[in-house]
Design a protein around this ligand. Structure first.
Ligand SMILES: [Zn+2]
Length: 400
């Protein structure tokens, strides 16, 4: 819990008249302290009661049951503001939930799916989502105007369909600046329009996956920006198109050698992992597999070679590694690897640019994972705006 509710004595300005415990609810009867009546608009003391009204308001659960506040409220005639409902320090105007309940619900929404929160508090999920939406909106609106210099662009699948969404991040602050449906040039154009000419001129580098439409739009919008291809995507693509392919081929070749074939088949995840993170037993198994199959060993070594292109200390060293890597690929005689190398070749500028414009590629992986979690929590109601707002609020960035 935070801010105003901490120091506010609850029931402030009210008197507790009764507390009734039923089988399915707790009912608290409250009436205003007449000595403390104040206008709901200007908050000045006011004694001119026009009428009484009753309102039922939900509060935090108690004894495992929902709590209903049976409130008597006064409509007052304020000299300055006219006729208005009295001020209630712990209740927003027209609200049917106390401020502290709304806050607790919203805080739970940051950690749990809406349906669970609704169950926990005995509220309708529509109410819970509305509260969470308000909280997130307020959070996002409080963020300072971004002044990004380096961007990261990525796409992700929306729910289970084949529709995609694009996310744009400030690479320096890790703040999500923009989320939109689609992955076309047109989808990201409004982002650059919002940046304005000055903002666009400030962009120095933009990291992205190869094979997207983003590079054309970035080139058209930000003349001084460099395109940087992201290691995370290239390695993922390499895993899918080269390592998996070679592994399947090897398993097929070993059709008549069942134990060897099993080792190769099971090795998939070992090959995809970072060698440094393997334990001793896994390392031994990996060695066995690699010895058993030369193409697998080759593509595995080549993966490390590929990775090293992103860590070259300078352009000369990068050039040396790039040429060496392509020479090895050409000599390997492994069709999947040779094809991958030929597809990679035209993108050399974007890979070399990484040497001058280092971007933490781990960021993207982390963000991808977090978006998946949010997606899972948002599943069940296809409210794209709410989903996107949740993503924005989850990456508010760290101020520079
Ligand atoms: Zn007033």
């Amino acid at each position: 819990m935070s801010d105003h509710t901490d120091w506010l004595p609850f029931w402030q300005d009210f008197r507790l008249l009764d507390l009734q415990i039923f089988d399915d609810r707790v009912c608290v009867v409250l009436a205003p302290d007449r000595a403390r009546l104040a206008c709901g608009i200007c908050a000045k003391p006011c004694r001119q009661v026009h009428e009484r009204v009753r309102r039922s308001v939900r509060d935090l659960p108690m004894l495992g049951m929902p709590v209903f506040l049976d409130l008597t409220l006064y409509r007052l005639d304020c000299a300055g503001c006219g006729r208005h409902l009295q001020r209630v320090p712990w209740l927003d105007r027209h609200a049917r939930l106390t401020r502290r309940l709304a806050q607790a619900v919203a805080e739970c929404c940051a950690r749990m799916p809406v349906a669970h929160v609704a169950d926990m508090f005995g509220l309708h999920w529509g109410t819970v989502r509305r509260l969470d939406h308000q909280r997130l909106q307020a959070l996002v609106e409080l963020l300072p105007t971004p002044r990004p210099r380096r961007l990261i662009m990525d796409e992700f699948a929306l729910f289970k369909g084949h529709r995609y969404a694009t996310v744009i991040l400030d690479a320096d602050t890790r703040r999500v600046l923009y989320v939109t449906q689609g992955r076309s040039r047109r989808a990201i154009r409004p982002f650059f329009e919002q940046l304005g000419p000055e903002g666009r001129a400030r962009i120095e580098a933009v990291a992205m996956d190869m094979n997207t439409a983003f590079d054309l739009e970035v080139r058209a919008q930000c003349q001084s920006a460099r395109i940087v291809y992201d290691l995370f995507h290239v390695i993922a693509k390499y895993g899918r198109e080269v390592i998996s392919r070679v592994r399947v081929d090897a398993a097929n070749q070993l059709r008549h050698d069942r134990p060897a074939r099993r080792v190769v088949k099971q090795a998939h995840w070992l090959l995809l992992r970072n060698p440094a993170s393997l334990n001793e037993r896994e390392q031994v198994r990996l060695d066995e597999v690699l010895q058993a199959n030369k193409p697998i060993m080759t593509v595995h070594i080549m993966k490390e070679g590929l990775r090293s292109l992103w860590t070259a200390p300078d352009a000369w060293e990068w050039r040396r590694r790039w040429r060496q890597w392509h020479a090895h690929a050409a000599e390997s005689g492994i069709p999947a690897l040779m094809h991958f190398a030929s597809v990679l070749k035209p993108y050399w500028r974007g890979i070399l640019a990484r040497v001058r414009w280092p971007m933490h590629t781990g960021q993207l992986e982390g963000i991808n994972n977090k978006i998946k979690v949010i997606k899972r929590m948002a599943y069940g109601y296809r409210d794209i705006d709410y989903f996107f707002l949740k993503i924005k609020a989850a990456f508010p960035g760290n101020a520079r």
